[in-house]
Ligand binder design. Structure first.
Ligand SMILES: Cc1ncc(COP(=O)(O)O)c(C=O)c1O
Length: 444
């Protein structure tokens, strides 16, 4: 999710006088431009060691790590690594060469796709090299000139960019509904149906990756049926963490059969790379032949396909890992709430901590709070505009099955120290609460 995608770019271009496409590069415009221009390496692009773990070294000091999406702790699982070794011996790193359409198809890709389809209770699935490419390509392939895409306001950037691609290439119309607001979604669908010429695709996430709240999928699937629309959900954060055996957020709500296309990434619970869309055989065949982001790209390397099949087994049988992730998540959220912090709705493992800005700028509050946490060995990412709306600061914490009770205890002590040493005002004004409610539809 990146709000006001073009506004920052436009201001950078204005500042640069638009005489040269490179002129903007020396300004503080563009995304996180103020950070880029000062050469920040704390809050944007921090350099971390390559092996994800519960603690990681940053700038010469061990930190408890709350910023990586290794939900089930599978990143360094010995069975995954052993499978990767044997795939490397068998296939090397080049295989297969070419796009699936030309020379990059293999029985391994096809059989993994069948496993994914079976696990997600769909007829077929199609692999993409990145989740981002998967969502974008699926949207672009399906939406034509007379079609309308209806998306949640807080949709991830890959959904927004998929919509832009469909709009630019095919003339698809875009409509946005307020985050998780069912009255507003119904209004948009009603309005859309009044002068409807083509199809309608509703697009939501399963778990909203920033706030951790869940899409109201029972209501959304019912509205999709009522208004004759199709539903595509991007369940990047729910796939592996939610539902029976990690089948995802729609399974959690008992509506997987009502979801027309299901999407999962391998970059989070699966601790690898790639993603897939799953649907009926006919729809997947269409996507396979028409999703430009994969038709024109080399296929997912064999070494990933083979290790991902092993990871799928571990995710399926990973109830103990999910239980540990939830235990850590719940004790972290409860402890932070007890300290007076404002936590998102907590429906998923993600723990989002909203910090009121008061009179200070988000840069100032972000630097002093995240700086304090880092100085005490707690690595947390501070999220600000343009990833979340202007005027808010949020810490987004990812509890995982790797974390231990002592990590939670230490982290809570450090948050307490931050609250007391920085004199943070934690109580929110009615206006601040209203702002969060307005954007997120939740009360922190
Ligand atoms: C909701 C959502 N969709 C898609 C993606 C992109 O996935 P990938 O990293 O596999 O490209 C992300 C990753 O941040 C995400 O959070």
């Amino acid at each position: 999710m990146l709000l006001d995608q073009s506004a920052e770019q436009e201001s950078a271009e204005k500042a640069a006088g638009m005489t040269d496409v490179f002129a903007k590069c020396s300004t503080d415009g563009g995304y996180f431009g103020k950070m880029r221009i000062i050469g920040d390496d704390d809050f944007t692009r921090p350099t971390l060691p390559p092996n994800p773990n519960r603690t990681m070294e940053f700038k010469g000091r061990e930190h408890i790590m709350w910023s990586i999406n290794n939900y089930l702790g599978l990143a360094n699982h010995p069975d995954v690594i052993a499978t990767a070794h044997s795939a490397l011996d068998q296939f090397g790193v080049s295989s297969p060469m070419g796009s699936r359409m030309m020379s990059g198809n293999s029985p391994y890709h096809q059989s993994f796709e069948r496993e994914l389809a079976e696990f997600t209770s769909k007829e077929a699935a199609f692999l993409f090299n990145y989740g981002y490419m998967g969502v974008q390509g699926t949207i672009q392939s399906l939406l034509g000139k007379d079609d309308v895409m209806v998306m949640d306001k807080l949709s991830h950037a890959c959904i927004v960019d998929g919509a832009f691609l469909a709009q630019a290439m095919n003339g698809t119309q875009l409509r946005v509904f307020k985050h998780n607001n069912m009255d507003n979604l119904e209004q948009v669908l009603k309005r859309t149906n009044r002068d409807r010429k083509g199809g309608v695709l509703i697009m939501t996430e399963g778990v909203y990756g920033m706030t951790g709240d869940l899409a109201k999928l029972k209501e959304i699937t019912a509205l999709a049926r009522q208004y004759d629309a199709r539903l595509y959900i991007d369940d990047a954060h729910g796939w592996g963490t939610m539902g029976a055996m990690g089948r995802g957020t729609a399974d959690h709500f008992g509506v997987q059969d009502e979801v027309d296309i299901y999407f999962g990434t391998f970059a989070k619970s699966f601790a690898s790379i790639g993603g897939f869309s799953a649907s009926t055989k006919e729809v997947i065949e269409w996507i396979t032949y028409n999703a430009r982001t994969q038709v024109f790209a080399k296929s997912l390397p064999m070494i990933y396909v083979e290790t991902l099949r092993k990871t799928l087994e571990l995710v399926r049988s990973g109830d103990d890992r999910r239980a540990q992730m939830w235990r850590i998540s719940n004790s972290l959220k409860d402890g932070l709430r007890d300290l007076g912090f404002h936590i998102g709705p907590g429906e998923s493992p993600i723990c989002s901590v909203f910090v009121p800005l008061g009179e200070e700028s988000m840069e100032a509050v972000g630097a002093k709070t995240a700086g304090f946490l880092r100085s005490q060995g707690v690595f947390v990412t501070a999220i600000a505009y343009p990833v979340i709306p202007l005027g808010l600061l949020m810490f987004r914490m990812i509890p995982t099955a790797m974390h231990r009770d002592e990590d939670v205890a230490t982290t809570l002590e450090v948050f307490k120290g931050m609250r007391d040493n920085l004199g943070l005002r934690l109580s929110m004004t009615a206006e601040e609460e209203q702002k969060i409610r307005k954007v997120y539809g939740i009360t922190p």
